[in-house]
Write a protein of this length. Structure first.
Ligand code: SAH
Ligand code: SF4
Length: 333
């Protein structure tokens, strides 16, 4: 059944509809995605950022964090750990860090693919010249995650000074055309965001036919201009997630780390019950992880936590056979 914009807004407005909505999302997830939870091993390879998003602790003007950049050798090592753990996908995420030249990133991608041919490579490195996305694809990248953040152009421009929504959308369309599996997504609870905007976010992702949608609550960071703003609401975030599942049907929807940060005990379990089918265990080493402070009190979600969450939710992790992982691990990059 199709959902109209006004029906979506009604669901978003009314927490009493929640249980029924979660059930419907869970059924849709079961029908289109089955019971397995897909795992994506996350490497946060640089916290250097040339942009100044009001919400994010990695913003250029935050002088309080120590910046780091991983080199090719380090990235390959952590990709090897992900392959060895039997995880089928690596996500390489960073600030918008232009110091990684096109050729450097291409070299890293192709080296990962050579060493671990069964590993899908997802990039999440922000906005770059369009030609870069093509070059990354030709080097073997499979997917690109670029959250559109908010579909409201005015709010987008306020939150991301110097950036504009039209460009974000154009990049997402280009990624699609270039043959990537494309991920978009939204931050729920940005100051000034309306329910209409969130409904627009869901419909935007539908029109883009996204393969993934990252939906997480806003969490303030103490060294940003939004430090005194309240965090996004857990219930509202889960309603957006559930509605995204009902509308997007077979898209991959992570139960985000931001959900775990909002409610450490059950945030992600609730997410898995409200339509999510993906978790992203973090493989960034502790030293760097501490500096990758997009928001405060970011919860560490590693492989152990992920497997526990999946078991508690009564679902099955999607892992390569350990034997295959061991053989792959022996291949030297
Ligand atoms: N620089 C890249 C990728 C790294 S940021 C980019 O911006 O696309 C990854 C994601 O973190 C962003 O897409 C944004 O949605 C999320 N994020 C940043 N600050 C946040 C905050 N305070 N609360 C919740 N999510 C946040
Ligand atoms: Fe940089 Fe991404 Fe954070 Fe914006 S959200 S400041 S682009 S890391």
């Amino acid at each position: 059944m199709k959902m109209t914009r006004s029906q979506i807004i009604e669901y978003l407005r009314d927490p009493r509809s929640e249980k029924g909505l979660w059930k419907r999302a869970d059924e849709t997830r079961g029908k289109y995605c089955g019971n397995t939870v897909h795992l994506r091993g996350l490497i946060e390879f640089s916290n250097v950022c040339s942009r100044n998003c009001l919400y994010c602790g990695l913003r250029r003007d935050n002088r309080k964090i120590k910046r780091y950049r991983m080199d090719r050798r380090q990235i390959l090592r952590f990709a090897g750990e992900i392959a060895a753990a039997g995880i089928p996908t690596v996500i390489l995420q960073s600030g918008d860090d232009p110091s990684y030249r096109t050729g450097t990133l291409c070299g890293i991608i192709s080296a990962i693919k050579r060493a671990y041919p069964f590993l899908a490579v997802t990039l999440s490195a922000g906005e770059r010249p369009l030609a870069d996305y093509r070059a990354f694809k030709e080097s073997g990248a499979d997917r690109y995650l670029l959250k559109h953040e908010t579909v409201n152009p005015g709010l987008y421009a306020r939150m991301r000074p110097g950036c504009d929504f039209k460009r974000r959308r154009a990049i997402l369309e280009y990624l699609r055309k270039t043959g990537y599996e494309v991920g978009a997504g939204t931050i729920v609870g940005l100051p000034g965001q309306r329910l209409e905007d969130l409904a627009g976010d869901i419909l935007f992702m539908k029109s883009l036919k996204v393969d993934m949608a990252g939906i997480g609550p806003f969490i303030p960071h103490k060294d940003t201009p939004l430090k005194s703003c309240p965090p996004g609401d857990l219930g509202l975030t889960l309603r957006v997630l559930a509605l995204a599942r009902v509308v997007l049907k077979d898209a991959n929807l992570p139960a985000t780390t931001a959900l775990a940060t909002l409610d450490g005990r059950k945030g992600q379990i609730l997410g898995l019950g409200a339509g999510a089918n993906v978790l992203m265990p973090n493989f960034t080493p502790a030293l760097y992880r501490k500096q990758y402070t997009i928001y405060n009190r970011k919860k560490f979600v590693g492989m152990r936590e992920v497997l526990k969450t999946i078991a508690l939710a009564g679902r099955i992790p999607d892992l390569n056979t350990p034997g295959a992982a061991l053989i792959l691990h022996r291949v030297q990059p």
